[in-house]
Ligand binder design. Sequence first.
Ligand code: HEC
Length: 283
Amino acid sequence: MTEIPQHLLDRSKARRALLTGGGGDAAAAPAADAGTEVVKAEAAAPVAAAPAAAVVEAAPEPPKPVPHFMKASNERTRIPVWAMPIVAALPLWGLVYAGTLKPPVQERVAFAEGRELYEEHCASCHGAEGGGGTGYAFSGGAVVQTFPNRYEQMLHIARGSEPIAGEAYGDPASADARVSGARGVMPAFGPNGTTNLTQVELELIVVHERHEFGGEEYGDPEAGEADEAYLEHLEELYEEGVEEEIDLAELQRLSDEAQAAVEGIPYPSQNELDVAGFNAIEE
Ligand code: HEC
């Protein structure tokens, strides 16, 4: 035997089998050429294939010449001109998209708590979105149309519809003036009801309804908004865990006074009351 190491012979055999295998007769000639190349390559191979350290050193190969078909592809503009504005807008879109992933801005305590209480006690008959059901709808501003300010609304919820069955309630000037009992029975949520809300809970529910379904904003009364100080006060009471019972007679008095608080306006809006300084609940 000559000095050719067995492992080189084996590898050469394997390569040849790979190149000729399945190629048939037509592939035989080129395969022979390829075979000689393989042999040349094998001659250089032991350096690269030898110890692991050598492989690491040999790794940074010189950059391969770019094949002609790749050259054309490289010179071509990849992004069609018409798509440029879209591409340019991508970072902006990214920002907008990232914005939607952020957790929503923390809602005011009064709104969040009010919603929770509303969903627990009222949504079954008036709809989670205030769209109505057994009871009237509140959405689309209906609730503020019936109750321009919050005082009679509080009274109505606490007292329920039965004690005033057959009587008118709400703003008589409303296009959809109400008569108690016309649509069924609104249960009482005050001291005479099956569910007794506290005064703070009642007010939180009313705030939620007026804000979410009636679009009532809270801020600067001079800017046409209900008084923000009221919400802050309510949130304080809620956080302190005040459990004051609803006083029906007191609510009746407040409701009556509110109706007469602004001269010349028999049923003032919440904002008109706030501008007039009518905030008896806060005292
Ligand atoms: C069991 C069903 C039911 C539940 C629960 C209920 N309501 Fe009612 N509500 C009614 C019905 C029915 C009416 C209409 C009664 C009538 O015809 O006078 C009504 C009327 C009202 C009205 C008068 C609305 C208007 O436009 O005239 C208000 C305000 C109201 N409900 C608020 C509430 C609130 C707040 C809660 C939760 C604390 C609540 N309701 C829970 C059935 C319900």
